[in-house]
Design a protein around this ligand. Structure first.
Ligand SMILES: Cc1cc2nc3c(=O)[nH]c(=O)nc-3n(C[C@H](O)[C@H](O)[C@H](O)COP(=O)(O)OP(=O)(O)OC[C@H]3O[C@@H](n4cnc5c(N)ncnc54)[C@H](O)[C@@H]3O)c2cc1C
Length: 364
């Protein structure tokens, strides 16, 4: 152990997304001396927002198992609103799908052709939620700090070596800093740091799925249910209002997610096939415009929409599919969002992350 015991930790967690922070809180409660290193500063924009019944069940589970009782409130819309109305979220009653055809307005029939609504909760109180990740992640970091866990933000791990323990060379706002730790958990949500520190590579080669996304947060996105009503499309027998769900518009080239929040912001993004010839060589704004030109009903949804301050622009991702060659090694392990990603359809990310955390920490 180095002389400077202040900078020695049992476990260093890189990345303070919700998963890194939850891991830190659990390990701290289990008696480990933990630190969290975040390259950015909260609140910061993040994608990955809709929870599911499994994710919420897991939240309730870890709230009890790892002595984080306040976490329980975030597992249902009703208790979230009662305990933390200031942390923005939205109601998510289920998964809704509407199929569009290029060049045509949305159409259906008395049997709800082109529509699929999958209810996941009985009412709004019991409902799953769309998380405003910037708010949720910032709140969890405040819990990390409240617990007395060492938290270094705006800090970059430049290099590291490991003999019996890790020695991390970091750059923080005050200058260079060395952190020593027995174990390293990568919660950065990508493979860059892992490769830099361990040489373990991330690749996309073995995936059949080949997609990318263009997305942002908006104000003023029209309510889909109102648009259906305006077009005299029956909605009275819907099990819930599709705007209060993870609303998916299905296209020939991929699909759109629409996740509405209480404060009138909406997360909206296209997931598109990288193989789509009509989009090859286009810039982000051109892809956006090309998709709206093809689908009149989608263009109409966005008619009065303006970009929200954060992120304030339309973002285009690289290919989404990736996985690391190894998930753990001597003195290190990764959380699921670092380990890999396939596709956001069905919103499995939050649940994957929580189950990964449970595999990594001590079982009570
Ligand atoms: C387009 C898209 C849509 C998605 N939609 C959903 C959804 O609806 N529901 C769902 O459950 N999941 C969804 N996901 C998956 C979801 O985003 C992830 O499961 C979730 O973000 C994982 O959280 P995390 O805390 O592990 O990682 P992240 O949210 O990626 O957080 C990583 C943190 O690490 C920090 N960091 C990065 N690099 C470094 C570094 N070198 N050093 C220090 N810190 C670093 C970042 O600043 C960030 O704060 C979606 C994913 C994508 C790509």
């Amino acid at each position: 152990m180095p002389d400077n015991k202040e900078q020695y930790f049992d476990i260093l967690i890189a990345g303070a997304g919700f998963a890194g922070s939850l891991t830190a809180l659990i390990l701290h409660n289990q008696g480990f001396k933990v630190c969290v290193v975040e390259k950015g500063r909260h609140p910061r924009f993040a994608i990955g927002e809709s929870s599911t019944p499994i994710a919420d069940m897991q939240l309730r589970d870890i709230a009890v198992k790892y002595n984080l009782p306040w976490l329980h409130d975030f597992s249902r819309y009703g208790s979230w609103q009662q305990s933390h109305p200031e942390i923005v979220c939205g109601i998510k009653r289920g998964f809704s799908f509407f199929k569009h055809h290029p060049g045509q307005d949305f159409t259906t029939d008395a049997n709800h052709k082109n529509e699929l609504l999958v209810a996941a909760s009985v009412d709004d109180i019991q409902s799953d939620t769309n998380w405003m990740r910037s708010d949720v992640d910032a709140f969890l970091v405040s819990k990390v700090q409240e617990a007395g866990i060492s938290y270094f933000d705006l800090t970059e791990i430049v290099s590291a070596k490991r003999n019996s323990e890790w020695e991390f060379n970091c750059i923080c706002p005050e200058g260079a800093m060395v952190i020593y730790a027995g174990f390293y958990i990568d919660a950065t949500g990508g493979g860059f740091l892992l490769e830099k520190l361990t040489g373990v590579k991330t690749s996309s080669d073995s995936f059949l799925t080949d997609s990318f996304t263009v997305f942002s947060h908006f104000h003023g996105i029209a309510r889909w249910t109102e648009m259906l009503k305006d077009a005299n499309i029956p909605t009275a027998d819907f099990p819930y209002d599709p705007d209060n769900s993870a609303l998916h518009q299905i296209l020939d080239e991929g699909w759109i997610w629409m996740l509405r929040f209480n404060d009138q912001r909406t997360s909206f993004g296209f997931v598109l096939s990288c193989k789509e010839q009509s989009l090859k060589g286009l810039q982000t704004a051109e892809i956006w415009d090309a998709m709206l030109a093809k689908y009149p009903a989608i263009k109409n949804i966005l008619k009065d929409a303006t970009l929200a301050a954060e992120p304030g622009k339309i973002i285009q991702s690289a290919r989404l599919q990736r996985k690391v060659d190894r998930c753990f090694g001597p003195g290190w392990a990764v959380l699921p969002h670092t380990a890999g990603f396939v596709d956001p359809l069905f919103s499995s990310g939050i649940a994957h992350s929580i189950s990964g955390i449970q595999k990594l920490v001590l079982n009570p």
